[in-house]
Design a protein around this ligand. Structure first.
Ligand code: NAD
Ligand code: 89V
Length: 343
């Protein structure tokens, strides 16, 4: 079998999951890795048996020999790296958040389009098994036409020990975590036209907001609430579970703690557990996110082979990123923001 060859840029905290995800795919091989930090290059190179190491992305692309690049660096480098991939006409995956600003994200989509390469944002939360289960219930029609929804992520988990940069940015929870929740809202309820948001910083040791409450008007008339918090101290820590509530014209759906799904419809109530699979390399409580990494990367490999745009393409993700930008604008001004004014 001829394998699709990939290169990974950024060998930090999260990239290890991405390397495992690639290793799980029989028809993909990561042939080269790149990180400015030689120690991370050695750690990841040794763990996954990758011999070609680069400290500069320019040198990696100059040598070439791969069919796509997986960019797993933090947001500040995303635009330059995607534009570099485009200049070499190499299909690219870029981690979320897409870019520091919407203008950067638009420029990245334009660069990929001009080069004729696919660009996928690694927006994996919609690929979580429980979220896919919720979508399947909605599509089945059992709760009728949804008219109200809530996507909620409230936790007191210490994310700063694994990802210290999260404590330093002026923007925190909407840009890092709310971005996933907003994408889930789009996935379940469709595109949104207006955003109203309020934010707070509860933790005095960080620079950005750690609580956000967002109200979305969706194009199809659904109203949803997306609420996120890293300042919520619960008796049982739910990290990293997303809870979902949906009311429809003929029933309701609730996704709650420990992945319990309750669907109430005209025929009665069905309860089930829609827990993610614990992949051999995964560890609790991250296994839900880790499985979604494997699933989105499988999706990329399939779409690349078929020559079709991935679901979370750069073009699609501009609409999620616009909600992030709108939430910050709304929280700052106190006004409702019209999404079309940003796109
Ligand atoms: P990290 O700081 O641990 O790792 C980033 C690595 O990239 C570092 O080793 C750094 O040396 C390297 N790097 C940065 N700029 C570079 C450049 N220009 N060239 C080469 N190497 C460079 O960060 P992380 O926690 O692994 O996060 C990386 C990205 O993944 C972030 O955008 C973060 O938001 C995202 N993330 C996504 C999820 C998810 O579920 N999708 C979860 C966690 C983190
Ligand atoms: O998924 C993420 O983007 C992570 C975390 C779950 C910690 O917010 O940064």
């Amino acid at each position: 079998m001829t394998k699709t060859k990939g290169a990974l840029i950024g060998c930090g905290f999260f990239a290890v999951n991405q390397m495992h995800g690639w290793q799980d795919l029989d028809d993909v091989e990561i042939v080269a890795i790149c990180d400015r930090d030689p120690e991370r290059l050695s750690v990841v190179g040794d763990q996954f048996g990758v011999e070609r190491h680069y400290q500069s992305a320019e040198a990696l692309f100059a040598d070439g020999g791969f069919d796509f690049v997986d960019i797993a660096t933090t947001v500040g480098s995303h635009r330059a790296l995607v534009e570099l991939a485009a200049s070499h006409r190499v299909p690219a995956i870029c981690q979320k958040p897409f870019a520091p600003t919407l203008a950067d994200a638009k420029a990245m989509v334009a660069a990929a389009d001009a080069a004729g390469i696919p660009l996928m944002i690694h927006e994996n939360f919609r690929w979580q098994t429980p979220i896919l289960a919720v979508k399947a219930v909605l599509d089945s029609g059992v709760i009728g036409e949804p008219f109200w929804g809530r996507v909620s992520f409230r936790s007191g988990f210490d994310v700063f020990s694994g990802q210290p940069y999260l404590a330093k940015g002026k923007r925190f929870i909407i840009e890092d975590l709310g971005i996933h929740s907003l994408d889930i809202a789009r996935f379940l309820f469709g595109d949104a036209s207006r955003m109203t948001a309020r934010t707070r910083r509860v933790n005095p040791d960080i620079a950005g907001e750690d609580v956000a409450t967002m109200l979305l008007d969706h194009d199809n008339g659904i109203t949803s609430i997306v609420d996120v918090s890293y300042a919520t101290k619960l008796p049982e820590e739910p990290f990293p579970e997303t809870f979902v509530e949906i009311d429809g014209t003929t029933g309701t759906l609730r996704l709650g703690k420990d992945y319990k799904l309750t669907v109430h419809g005209p025929e009665g109530t069905v309860q089930s557990v829609v827990a993610p699979n614990l992949l051999p390399w995964a560890s609790r409580p991250w296994h839900n996110i880790q499985e979604s990494v494997a699933l989105i990367q499988k999706h990329w490999a399939e779409r690349l082979a078929e020559g079709r745009e991935p679901d979370t393409s750069g073009r699609d993700n501009l609409k999620t990123f616009a909600l992030v930008e709108a939430a910050y604008l709304s929280a700052e001004s106190g006004e409702t923001v019209t999404i079309a004014d940003l796109l």
